[in-house]
Design a protein around this ligand. Structure first.
Ligand SMILES: O=C[C@H](O)[C@@H](O)CC(=O)C(=O)O
Ligand SMILES: [Zn+2]
Length: 279
């Protein structure tokens, strides 16, 4: 057994209002995702998304089933999206090898039985993943940055100039409910997802990386009229319940991966909140 996935309950916003820093971090933050030759993460009851990290070091790591699923194998009733945040490395899916360069993604559909993560030949192997329940089996597909739907938003004057790479979205790959992508901030820009938004139809998880040594990201969550913050370090993830905004400001630029599951596959279905409407 090399997989450690802890269950996190879904929270009521009226309850979260009373959380202190420690409680907020215990419920929403994922501090450690990468442990050598292990899989670490959480199973959130917000849309049953599993969020985690895989760090093969000197041996391949197999995707094994977990107690929460009561299934024979991990992807028996699930789909998974993986983004390589380390050096080029490969993932074997039922005997077929997919090599992912840094920042490339792999979608694996429901029904794949043997999924093996191989260590990179050089440097660190770090795979970040999101997995959601699936009702249908869609083909496994590798998605590189050149395949993504790309949008550039914001402006340096507003410290939020950034490029959004929509990697695992329905214009690029067929999925049941998973959507994943990556947002890169330009140097000098520090704000992501500002203006902020909520989407009551979907929950979301953010994973911050490429945060330079000695820098940090302040992540904002909560109902727009009741916001809270969480200080985050490089390679950490945070859960955003459907009722919560999710936005961050770093002490430098950085990159993050967003992933969603829920009611629809409509990326644009968001309720925008202007900066002047936040409390
Ligand atoms: O629902 C979509 C997600 O929150 C992100 O794609 C937003 C984001 O990357 C950004 O504005 O910087
Ligand atoms: Zn969002």
């Amino acid at each position: 057994m090399h997989t450690f996935i802890h269950t996190r309950y879904a929270n009521h916003p009226a309850d979260v209002k009373n959380y202190d820093t420690k409680a907020l971090r215990e419920h929403f933050l994922l501090e450690t995702l990468f442990v050598p030759n292990e899989i670490h993460g959480i199973y959130t009851l917000n849309d049953r998304l599993i969020v985690g990290g895989i760090h093969p070091k000197n041996a391949p790591v197999q995707l094994e089933t977990i107690d929460q699923l009561k299934s024979e194998y991990f992807l028996e009733r699930r789909e998974i999206g993986i983004i390589n945040v380390g050096q080029a490395a490969s993932i074997e899916v039922d005997g077929t090898q997919y090599t992912l360069a840094h920042k490339e993604a792999l979608y694996i559909g429901k029904g794949a039985k043997d999924v093996i993560f191989h260590p990179a030949t050089e440097g660190e192997t770090l795979f970040y993943f999101n997995s959601a329940p699936a009702h249908k089996s869609y083909p496994t597909k590798k998605v590189g940055l050149e395949d993504a739907e790309v949008v550039t938003l914001g402006a340096l004057e507003n410290s939020n100039h950034r490029t959004i790479y929509k990697l695992l979205v329905n214009s690029v790959v067929e999925t049941c409910q998973l959507q994943m992508g990556m947002t890169l901030l330009k140097p000098g820009s520090v704000w992501n997802t500002m203006p902020a938004h909520t989407h009551d139809r979907r929950m979301e998880a953010y994973f911050y990386f490429d945060v330079p040594e000695g820098q940090a990201v302040c992540h904002y969550m909560g109902q727009p009229e009741e916001t809270r913050h969480l200080w985050m370090k490089n390679n950490q993830a945070v859960i955003s319940p459907p009722w919560s905004i999710h936005s961050g400001a770093g002490t430098s630029n950085y990159t993050f991966i967003w992933g969603m599951a829920g009611e629809n596959l409509d990326y644009g279905d968001m309720d925008i909140v202007a900066p002047t409407e936040l409390f």
